[in-house]
Design a protein around this ligand. Structure first.
Ligand SMILES: [Zn+2]
Length: 196
């Protein structure tokens, strides 16, 4: 088993073979992980939350279902989840503009930059920034369709397990969002574990 630690506020990429299982672990709890997956042979095809919502007929993912690409092909199958099962497929990755809008002056780490840096580390310098699968992120909906920003309910050691349906590059960003309370305990590390 290979383990890649994703430091707080950073992102990491891992190459995953078709059939291989990958875990994303919340090491200390209450940390959102933005998950991206690109087809290895053509990074213009990637896991797409909006296409996945159509495929599964739901707003949020659950085990047994597959995340599909922007070409509607399964790329990662969601096989197991030890967390309370709260994940988001609605919100865009945080980016510099989002932080400026929240009043930040100067640079602030973001999932968009983390994705771009992680993909550059595996030789991919021009990639889309897809809408991520926001692991452990708690975005409750009210009856009028309003969105909340609630702390991630995941506990230390909670993880999700995915199986690759295509050879792909998986990126996980330990979301640096510290201006809304989604990362309750402050920004903490995650891990990517590559099994068999
Ligand atoms: Zn983020």
């Amino acid at each position: 088993m290979e383990r890649i630690v994703v430091p707080p506020r950073e992102g990491r990429a891992a190459r995953v073979r078709r059939g291989q299982r990958v875990r994303v672990v919340d090491l200390e709890g209450a940390q959102v992980g933005d998950l991206f997956a690109f087809v290895a042979e053509d990074v213009g095809e990637y896991a797409s939350a909006e296409h996945t919502r159509v495929a599964v007929g739901r707003l949020f993912p659950r085990p047994g279902e597959a995340f599909v690409t922007n070409r509607r092909r399964p790329i990662l199958r969601f096989e197991a989840d030890t967390s309370p099962g709260i994940h988001d497929m609605l919100l865009a990755a945080c980016d510099p503009t989002r932080y400026r809008g929240l009043g930040v002056e100067g640079w602030h780490a973001s999932c968009q930059e983390n994705l771009q840096t992680a993909m550059a580390s595996v030789g991919q310098t021009r990639v889309e920034v897809p809408q991520p699968i926001n692991l452990f992120m708690n975005i409750p909906l009210d009856a009028e369709g309003g969105l909340g920003f609630a702390p991630a309910p995941s506990r230390a050691g909670d993880h999700v397990e995915l199986r690759a349906e295509l050879d792909c590059i998986v990126v996980v960003s330990a979301c640096p969002q510290d201006l809304v309370p989604i990362n309750a305990n402050g920004i903490t590390p995650l891990a990517i574990e590559l099994l068999d």
